[in-house]
Design a protein around this ligand. Structure first.
Ligand code: FPP
Ligand code: MG
Length: 314
């Protein structure tokens, strides 16, 4: 984890838009440790142990914890506290984790490695992995409702509504089903590809950013601005993911590479080529940062994270 954050920091330092006095390494290390501690406490291991162990195996497998950190950052940006946003931050990681457990199943992408470890179904079997994903999804909603404190019930309800929309047929599931249907097709349009990724990837990043602001009772104009920031970084994130699937290594990414080409999936590089894909990602990152113009110095983590999207190598 320390190495991951170190790499993340080194890459981000090479970019130019982050204020020189902003210590991103300390920010990420601190926030990531807080999220890890909260996640560690979030799951009991009780009877029936198998399901809790399987949930914990994937939830605690590391990762950049980008979604929780975005949620905490926007909550603080608009005047809220880490404590107000932490249950939602944990729920976002539970949802992200469950989507990856299901995505890796033989019925979907059939992947053996995730975050440098064997995938959940490789350890526990398909049946348990499906149930672990289901249980993490259900628990995420319970967790927000149960643990959020010092936030008006109306704001908590709005977060739950937005989370439901982001993961269901209007969000992740919708993106995933179009993605699966597009496999093996050579004529996938850029519109379809954008639909897939706006739903499969950007929707959860968007709710991560927006939920933090909702919990801190931000004005609707602020929420819309942050939503556009998130959609732009979400799409850029996916474009870079597609690029890295071609240019990176399994060791760097912690998961199988070259899968998109193997599965004959349409990707941004397959439509635009590598150079144009990188250019488009940079344009989106700039658009994302433009949305942050009205905010003060507390926007620095969001600026740095946007820059990281295009600079990352893993
Ligand atoms: C990884 O994409 C997968 C996702 C971003 C989400 C997939 C969504 C689902 C499986 C739906 C889950 C169900 C609910 C209810 C939310 P990828 O395969 O392009 O990337 P990878 O190389 O990291 O696997
Ligand atoms: Mg996959």
């Amino acid at each position: 984890m320390v190495q991951l954050i170190h790499n993340f920091f080194m890459v981000t330092m090479m970019t130019t838009d982050v204020a020189a006095d902003f210590d991103l390494k300390t920010y990420l290390t601190t926030k990531c440790a807080e999220v890890e501690a909260a996640l560690e406490q979030s799951l009991p291991v009780v009877y029936p142990e198998t399901i809790y162990e399987s949930m914990r195996y994937s939830l605690m497998a590391g990762g950049k914890r980008l979604r929780p950190i975005l949620c905490l950052a926007t909550c603080e940006l608009v005047g809220g506290t880490v404590a107000q946003a932490m249950p939602t931050a944990c729920a976002l990681e539970m949802i992200h984790t469950m989507s990856l457990i299901h995505d890796d199943l033989p019925a979907m992408d059939n992947d053996d490695y995730r975050r440098g470890k064997l995938t959940n179904h490789k350890i526990y079997g398909d049946d348990v992995a499906i149930l672990a994903g289901d249980a993490l999804l259900a628990y995420a909603f319970e967790f927000v409702a149960d643990r959020t404190q010092n936030v008006p019930p109306k704001a908590i309800l709005e977060v739950i509504r937005r989370l439901g929309k982001a993961v269901g047929a209007a969000g992740l599931v919708g993106g995933q089903i179009v993605d699966l249907a597009s496999e093996g097709k050579t004529d996938t349009s850029i519109e379809t590809l954008n639909f897939i990724h706006m739903h499969k990837t950007a929707a959860l990043l968007e709710v991560s950013v927006v939920a933090g602001a909702v919990l801190a009772e931000a004005e609707s104009e602020t929420i819309e601005r942050l939503s556009r920031y998130a959609q732009n970084i979400g799409l850029a994130f996916q474009i870079v993911d597609d690029v890295l699937d071609i240019t990176s290594t399994q060791e760097e990414l912690g998961k199988s590479i070259g899968k998109d080409v193997q599965a004959q999936k349409a990707t941004y590089p397959s439509i635009w080529g590598l150079d144009e894909s990188k250019k488009q990602a940079e344009t989106l990152v700039q658009a994302a940062k433009d949305e942050l113009a009205p905010f003060g110095t507390l926007k620095q983590p969001l600026v740095a994270i946007a820059d990281f999207i295009t600079a990352r190598t893993h």
